[in-house]
Design a protein around this ligand. Structure first.
Ligand code: HEM
Ligand SMILES: [Ca+2]
Length: 327
């Protein structure tokens, strides 16, 4: 009896301590995870005026070079999905205005807070500013990213969607980055502003999937207009068409209404309405701007946290278009 109650006591103590020990470990893991996460006040001591510095440039650029907005938002998307290199494949179509906007902000920030603020954080804040300036939601940007030390050309193709990607392919790519179906539909809504070159949708106009006919899911009037701007052969490769023919410069939820009316520009846009899985969200966002804005803000936050670099894994570049090592 004595032995067993003694044993019981011992066991109780062991259980108590093992709990304590485990929760202690969990506590550390938790703390370190929190420590490494992005935060709203990351530069509150080292560069308290960061938001104002960025917005002084973005608001001027928005007025003087309106294309800076869509260019910067798209650059942010590419930078999150694959460390951006301007010179490779699908990234070649990135408009220079995005890089220029980031370089200009960075130059100003370097004069006030030298060598502390990463290009990746500047890009995230500038993209948010441009969304808001164009009429979209204003959301808080968490900071603390560092810049990548390398960028591999070989990664670009695999990590970016194509204008004729299927929903299966888009879902596979987005979920591989930790993004959901709702994020895919909401983030594609960035195509409520901006333009695309003809070659991205030419197949839809003249020879859809080898049929030698146009894509049946394209509004006949839009088809005519696009065929006028983008001839089958020998067209000017600089010509672009707006993603959202109704309000190409306004960040609203018109993109989704367009999809419901077969007025999506890329096959990947129109596919969001044609697929049963994504159609309900297209309809919901088309009806409710506030719902779209909320989902878009959440998507941007999640996208901005994909495989972020922290500590020694990254660097703070002095000039955004150059790695420190390559000079
Ligand atoms: C879902 C898959 C997506 C595909 C297949 C796609 C594809 C494209 C293509 C082909 C262009 C036109 C490039 C050109 O010819 O100049 C473009 C432009 C653009 N994309 Fe996307 N995109 C996708 C998602 C996104 C996301 C998630 C965002 C941002 C959150 C985004 C923002 C933009 C913007 C703002 C433009 C206009 C750029 C400008 O006018 O300079 N896209 N996209
Ligand atoms: Ca619009």
């Amino acid at each position: 009896m004595f032995v067993s109650s003694h044993l019981f006591f011992l066991l109780a103590i062991m259980i108590f301590f093992s709990f304590y020990f485990v929760s202690y470990l969990v506590g550390i893991a938790h703390c370190s995870a929190v420590h490494h996460q992005l935060s709203l006040d990351f530069y509150s001591k080292s560069c308290p005026q960061l938001d104002q510095l960025v917005s002084s440039v973005t608001s001027r650029r928005f007025r003087d070079f309106p294309v800076s907005g869509p260019a910067t938002i798209r650059l942010f998307f590419h930078d999150c999905f694959v460390e951006v290199r301007k010179d490779v494949g699908d990234n070649k179509s990135l408009a220079p205005e995005g890089f220029e906007a980031v370089d200009e902000v960075k130059a100003l920030v370097e004069t006030k807070c030298p060598a502390v603020v990463s290009c990746a954080d500047i890009l995230a804040i500038a993209a948010r500013d441009f969304v808001h300036l164009a009429g979209g939601p204003y959301y808080q940007v968490k900071k603390g990213r560092r810049d990548s030390k390398v960028s591999l050309a070989s990664k670009v193709k695999l990590n970016l969607p194509r204008a004729n990607s299927t929903i299966d392919e888009l879902l596979r790519l987005f979920t591989s980055k930790g993004l959901s179906l709702a994020d895919l539909v909401a983030l594609s809504g960035a195509h409520t502003i901006g333009f695309s070159h003809c070659d991205q949708f030419l197949g839809r106009l003249y020879n859809y999937k080898g049929t030698k006919k146009p894509d049946p899911f394209i509004d006949p009037r839009l088809l005519k207009a696009l065929q006028m701007s983008c001839p089958h052969f020998g067209g000017n490769t600089d010509i672009v068409a707006p993603f959202d023919v109704q309000t190409p410069f306004l960040f609203d939820h018109m993109y989704y209404g367009n999809l419901e009316a077969n007025m999506g520009l890329l096959a990947s846009d129109q596919a969001l309405f044609l697929d049963n899985r994504t159609r309900p969200l297209v309809q919901a966002f088309g009806k409710d701007k506030a719902k779209f804005f909320e989902a878009f803000s959440l998507g941007m936050e999640k996208m901005g946290a994909i495989r972020i670099k922290r500590g020694k894994k990254g660097e703070v570049r002095r000039v955004c278009s150059k790695h420190n090592k390559s000079g």
